[in-house]
Unconditional design. Structure first.
Length: 381
């Protein structure tokens, strides 16, 4: 386990049984290799942090609903070390027969629209009805800036202490494609641990929506009324991905505006192409604060699920998603391996400079690097 991973594990509370419930970026817990943590009271705590579980321990722990082990398995999935990822894959392979039975819901919307408040409201309603919910996140901002739109505030206060809920922040390392792959794997592990509703949350700013759409059964777009420009920077393409739109903050003075916006969005959606049969994406209004309309959103998800199960769309969608997943993994692995190749890594910066300043044709640069990579790959076969 490298420093980053150890930090992450310590930070996310794996040893205290809190892993996965803490969201946001508090102070880093500085656990250095070989240095006893001054605050550590439990003897052997350092050793426990480092001990790696065997595959069967992961599998059994997850199947028995042990959240500490669930958190540790997701930490393995998110690790940058290949051997951790390999172990995680073996764990997932064993868990596969226990996956696939949850309702997978993607949620998107611009920052401030109320995504976390909405998940808190709907999630609490569901746990009160006996469901077990997991919340995973994909935050594209953390890839670009190292900071995060989602993570730096206290979110989902009630759910984060609800024993029937598991909240995991977005993995911060790697490309968006890499993060998506990790989130898919985390989703399977959560399903095997008995969570029957999985929310995958993302910020409505672009590419991450397509990825989330490709891993969930139902994709919900949250919007606001009366925020000036009718589509609020949400690209048309994102509206086209939605199975339903919910106008949040339909409360107090905002209620009338929300109702007006509803017809506006209904018209906009009506003009768009929607792929699934027997379904026109509805526009709903809700309030994460008063909780008005939240159960209607859930009823909509269930209605969609029943219909799409009956007409075969659900199965078809999951099959296509599985194929997408495989293809994405291949592309991702090839890219990782290409970038990790020593000669490629050495030459890439200078070739990129040549391409950028116009002295080297892009195709030629690509060809040189690929030849170097494939020649070496083939010679090691
Ligand atoms: P996110 O960035 O999309 O996750 O948005 P948050 O859930 O953090 O909400 C942003 C702000 O809007 C917070 O101050 C919330 O209290 C507020 N908010 C969220 N949902 C509602 C709602 O339904 N009604 C009202 N009035 N405020 C809300």
């Amino acid at each position: 386990m490298n420093h980053d991973d150890r930090d992450r594990e310590a930070h996310s509370g794996a040893e205290s049984g809190e892993e996965g419930t803490a969201r946001g970026s508090g102070g880093r817990l500085d656990v250095r290799p070989g240095v006893a943590s001054p605050g550590s009271t439990a003897p052997g705590a350092q050793r426990r942090v480092r001990r790696e579980l065997g595959i069967d321990e992961h599998v059994e722990g997850i199947l028995s609903g042990d959240r500490v082990i669930l958190g540790k398995t997701i930490t393995l999935i998110e690790s940058r070390r290949t051997e951790h990822n390999r172990t995680a894959l073996q764990v997932i392979e064993k868990l596969l027969p226990h996956t696939g039975r949850s309702v997978r819901i993607g949620i998107t919307g611009v920052p401030g629209v109320g995504k976390s408040s909405f998940i808190e409201a709907l999630g609490s309603m569901l746990t009160a009805r006996g469901h077990r919910i997991a919340v995973l996140a994909i935050d594209p901002s953390s890839q670009r800036s190292g900071g995060s739109i989602m993570g730096d505030k206290t979110r989902m206060e009630k759910l984060s202490v609800d024993p029937a809920a598991f909240i995991r922040p977005s993995p911060s390392a790697g490309s968006l494609g890499g993060v998506a792959r990790k989130t898919r794997e985390a989703m399977l592990v959560c399903e095997a641990a008995g969570f029957d509703v999985i929310f995958v949350e993302t910020v409505g700013v672009g590419q991450s929506e397509t990825m989330v759409r490709s891993m969930v059964d139902f994709f919900l777009l949250l919007m606001l009324a009366g925020a000036g420009d009718s589509l609020q920077g949400i690209k048309r393409g994102i509206m086209e991905l939605a199975d339903a739109v919910a106008i949040n903050k339909a409360d107090g003075e905002n209620l009338q505006a929300a109702k007006a916006a509803r017809s506006e969005y209904e018209m906009a959606l009506h003009l768009m192409k929607y792929p699934a049969p027997d379904w026109n994406p509805p526009v709903l209004t809700c309030s994460a604060v008063t909780r008005e309309g939240i159960d209607e959103v859930w009823n909509t998800v269930q209605r969609y699920r029943d219909l799409m199960t009956d007409n075969g769309w659900m199965e078809r969608q999951r099959r296509e998603q599985a194929l997408d997943w495989m293809r994405d993994s291949i592309a991702q692995s090839l890219q990782d391996r290409f970038r990790a190749h020593p000669r490629v890594a050495e030459l890439l910066p200078s070739l990129e400079r040549g391409v950028a300043d116009g002295t080297l044709p892009p195709l030629l640069a690509a060809q040189r690097l690929l030849e170097m990579f494939f020649d070496d790959e083939i010679s090691t076969l």
